[in-house]
Ligand binder design. Sequence first.
Ligand SMILES: [Zn+2]
Length: 203
Amino acid sequence: MNSIDKLAELFQKFPGIGKRQARRFVYFLLHKDNGYIQQLVNEIVNVKKDINQCHECYRFYPRDAQSVCPICTNNTETKQLMIVEKDADLENIHKTKLYEGKYFVLGGFIASHEKKRSYARTEQLLARIKRDRESKIINEVIFGLSISPEAEHTRLRLYSMIHDQYPDLVFTTLGRGLSSGTELEYSDTETLKYALESRIAQN
Ligand SMILES: [Zn+2]
């Protein structure tokens, strides 16, 4: 295997990147000067060094002395826990300042196919809910997931798992201001406001 193949193989591990795109990245880099390459290498190393993963919500944030991120520290106004798929979704919702509860970043969807690998932090989520429930800091679980078959599958699975153990919790899902195929990450403030206000009961 030559260097082009080796690097392309690494790019292929990126989410949503196929073989052809991976090779395009390699050829792109071959056209760049050494300064750019060095900067890229440095920033890859730095991002691992400077960024922390929050022990509560699992989002990534600039490292500080705490093990819990500023959002988890500050968002204690309501007894709500919103489950989102990824960091970008959390950031987009947080930016609207319309939601003041806690978050949990799932990290992926629960695979609907047995053979597919699931990246969802299901166990961590269940542990988190158990703890928050026992300390009485949550009474509502909001499914803040995008609208897609994988998201739907994940929502139903999580709902049945959590509801089995904590039937007294209120379960809601973001309203249908979000249309099919909507990515939360790209939704504007108005849409998110409507989706939050028109939350519907999950069952
Ligand atoms: Zn956090």
